[in-house]
Design a protein around this ligand. Structure first.
Ligand SMILES: [Zn+2]
Length: 279
């Protein structure tokens, strides 16, 4: 478990475990001869993919960013991806119970980002964090509802519709502060309405950049996942992010890095992007 102090806040990276994605899909148009220097694929070309959530303790609030795959995946998808379902155990290991969480933020509604929003009780999806207010962009939810042929498989309504119906999930319209020091900012590319979570305290900033930059192997502007609906916008959004995060020395938090949940992303003297791990 990784912990750090950011100003007056405590940040704890907690994992739902690791699953697997096709390496070609994970690295898009980047040739395998290049990405295999960073990540090792198995005999089926699958690569390990982390599921990092972050707990932020602000003193007044206990915020959970992202909720992993969860434990409701249908068998046909468990066969493809696996279902590690470790988040609640790792929350407990971090000294946090589901009742302690008062804010949940989902960056978007793909099943590997909001799976623990709900759990099944007698076949009905109920909130896994009973006292929490959940947050996601309204446009993201609208897109999921369309069940478009391209990505319908990624959207499982049990992860969010019961929460919206009960009023426990707030649908956001654009950038805004969620609680003092924690705000969301939309970065289009992976989906049109994916939001990053920006955490500021005591003059320090961290950003959970989600699938805009999923791992430390994706920090180059053009290493864009094949899953992204708008790859050119991913590149533009990354440029916009780096233009602020690099000079202001933001800590970047990676949603899918199996080994490095956060790092400082910088440009070296040759202009290449490098991820500097916190020591
Ligand atoms: Zn996604």
């Amino acid at each position: 478990m990784h912990r750090l102090t950011l100003g007056n806040f405590e940040l704890i990276a907690v994992s739902d475990g690791a699953y697997h994605l096709d390496g070609g899909a994970f690295f898009g148009v980047v040739p395998k001869s290049m990405w295999q220097k960073k990540v090792t694929a198995d005999e089926n070309n699958m690569v390990p993919v982390g599921l990092n959530s972050v707990i932020v303790r602000t003193g007044d609030h206990t915020v959970l960013i992202e909720t992993g795959i969860g434990n409701k995946l249908p068998d046909r998808l468990v066969k493809i991806y696996g279902q590690p379902a470790k988040l609640l155990d790792n929350l407990a290991a971090a000294g946090t119970s589901p009742e302690d969480i008062d804010i949940v933020i989902n960056t978007h509604l793909h099943f590997d980002h909001c799976g623990w929003n709900t759990v099944l009780r007698d076949g009905t999806a109920v909130p896994a964090f009973p006292k929490a207010k959940y947050h996601v962009q309204e446009g993201e939810w609208q897109h999921g509802r369309r069940q478009h042929e391209r990505d319908a498989i990624s959207y499982m309504s049990d992860n969010y519709d019961p929460l919206i119906k009960s009023g426990q999930m707030t649908l956001l319209r654009g950038d805004q502060e969620i609680v003092p020091g924690i705000s969301v900012k939309v970065f289009p590319g992976h989906t049109q309405h994916m939001q990053a979570v920006i955490i500021r305290s005591g003059g320090q900033t961290a950003c959970y950049i989600s699938d805009l930059i999923p791992t430390s192997a994706h920090i180059d502007l053009t290493w864009v996942m094949a899953f992204d609906l708008f790859p050119l916008q991913t590149i533009d959004s990354r440029k916009q992010y780096y233009a602020q995060s690099i000079p202001e020395k933001w800590l970047t938090m990676f949603t899918h890095d199996p080994a490095m949940p956060w790092a400082y992303v910088e440009k070296d003297e040759r202009g290449r992007m490098v991820a500097k791990q916190i020591t």
